[in-house]
Design a protein around this ligand. Structure first.
Ligand code: RIB
Length: 292
């Protein structure tokens, strides 16, 4: 069983479904409103646990009802929460999501996720060093990503950096990560609009560019490979990237090849979009293997 540590955000997703997005200054009537657990870090933790990994989450929630719900949800999904701390004087992070016209748009208010600092992460150092792989994203402070890249590198623990949401990252962090998984937009921010094929060549078997329905692209040291995604009827694409990252990490930690790990992750991500909510469609191991 793979031992995985996820360092990142835990948020409550406030999801409005509507037939279209309002224009600037316009008010429209929506169809439904729901609150569901989300946050890129928490989503990746739940996805990896459902796929059978031993998962420790390192993160912060607020001292409010949303925070309590998020911790309950971790427990229900068998994610260890020894390093998920309620920060009593602040609110839980929230993601304000509009689902319309077949896609989502999201505004994240980080709240307690701002408290996932290097000093806070230090408390989980022992668990981090024993992990087969560590996952991190960017809804937490930049210095934490830099710190985690440093300790993972120093302790020979592979780090998967999911650079979402997009922001520039130092070359040192890029060098220290074992895997980097931007989508096309995040890749253009990360590599300053550099031609993506050149960027892929610079980081063989490390840079994986996710292209949504198209699949996932990487350079294997000799040729560029596109591993196609699976066609499904999408209900809600929120969390598909998180499912991909978690499933890829599980497969790599179990010793699968790069290509097989991407295939496994593409399958998991495709299943995740068939139900509502970031975590609603995240599949179990049996569901993924049943489809492969
Ligand atoms: O990646 C999807 C997640 O991004 C959502 O669950 C939401 O919380 C946003 O942070």
């Amino acid at each position: 069983m793979a031992n995985i540590t996820i360092i990142g955000s835990s948020s409550m997703d406030l999801v409005v479904t509507a037939s279209k997005r309002p224009n600037k200054g316009e008010t429209i009537l929506g169809e439904s409103f729901k609150t569901v657990p989300g946050g890129k870090g928490a989503n990746q933790a739940v996805a990896a646990a459902r796929l059978g990994a031993n998962v420790h989450m390192v993160g912060c929630v607020g001292g409010d009802g949303f925070g309590e719900e998020i911790i309950k949800n971790f427990n229900a999904n068998r994610v260890f929460t020894d390093y998920v701390e309620p920060v009593t004087h602040t609110e839980t992070g929230t993601a304000h999501i509009t689902l319309a016209e077949g896609d989502n748009s999201i505004i994240v208010v980080k709240g307690a996720n701002n408290y996932v600092t290097p000093d806070y992460v230090k408390k989980a150092l022992e668990v981090i060093c024993k992990s087969d792989i560590v996952l991190i994203q960017q809804e937490i402070p930049e210095e934490t990503v830099e710190y985690v890249a440093e300790i993972c590198f120093a302790n020979d623990v592979p780090l998967l950096l999911n650079p979402a949401p997009a922001r520039p990252i130092s070359k040192t962090v890029i060098e220290r990560a074992a895997f980097i998984t931007p989508n096309e937009w995040e890749a253009s921010v990360l590599f300053n609009n550099k031609d993506i094929h050149e960027a892929l060549k610079e980081y063989p078997n490390k840079l994986l560019v996710t292209e949504g329905k198209n699949g996932v692209r990487y350079y294997d040291g000799e040729i560029e490979v596109l591993v196609p995604s699976y066609a499904v009827e999408a209900v809600d694409t929120t969390g598909a990237g998180d499912t991909f990252n978690a499933a890829f990490a599980v497969a790599i930690a179990e010793g699968k090849s790069m290509k097989d790990s991407i295939r496994f992750a593409n399958r998991a991500a495709s299943l995740s979009v068939t139900k509502f909510g970031a975590q609603g469609g995240m599949p179990t191991r049996e569901e993924v293997e049943g489809c492969l």
